[in-house]
Write a new protein. Structure first.
Length: 122
């Protein structure tokens, strides 16, 4: 399945939060934390808030590195959720923006999770 984005882009604010999460959990790689963040956001029943301006990109991860062996599953989950949320999935720019909103929201969901270590066993 075609990925929703070619590169996963994280804002400077998101990067700062990821650094704190790395320190607290001991997870070494951005992609591990970002996959968890995406899943936490997708599991949320509400549509992510549209971000008017994403700001500068502080982290840029290729989709194949981000998704790894879960590429098709993650792409399908994003597309299903996008369609359910009324996003025109044939519009690449809309899907890319929607994906990025999920990533940013997910990073902050993980940050606010009281027991981060319990998330690692997921």
């Amino acid at each position: 399945m075609k990925p929703p984005v070619e590169h996963v882009k994280i804002s400077a604010k998101g990067r700062d939060v990821l650094i704190k999460i790395k320190r607290r959990t001991g997870l070494e790689h951005w992609n591990d934390i970002c996959r968890l963040a995406l899943c936490k956001s997708l599991a949320n029943n509400t549509k992510p808030q549209k971000i008017q301006k994403f700001g500068e990109t502080a982290i840029d991860i290729e989709w194949k590195v981000f998704a790894g062996s879960y590429s098709d599953v993650l792409a399908a989950l994003v597309m299903i959720k996008a369609k359910n949320d009324g996003i025109e999935i044939s519009n690449g720019e809309a899907v890319s923006s929607y994906f990025r909103c999920h990533m940013e929201r997910g990073i902050f969901i993980v940050k606010e999770t009281p027991e981060l270590m319990s998330l690692i066993s997921i």
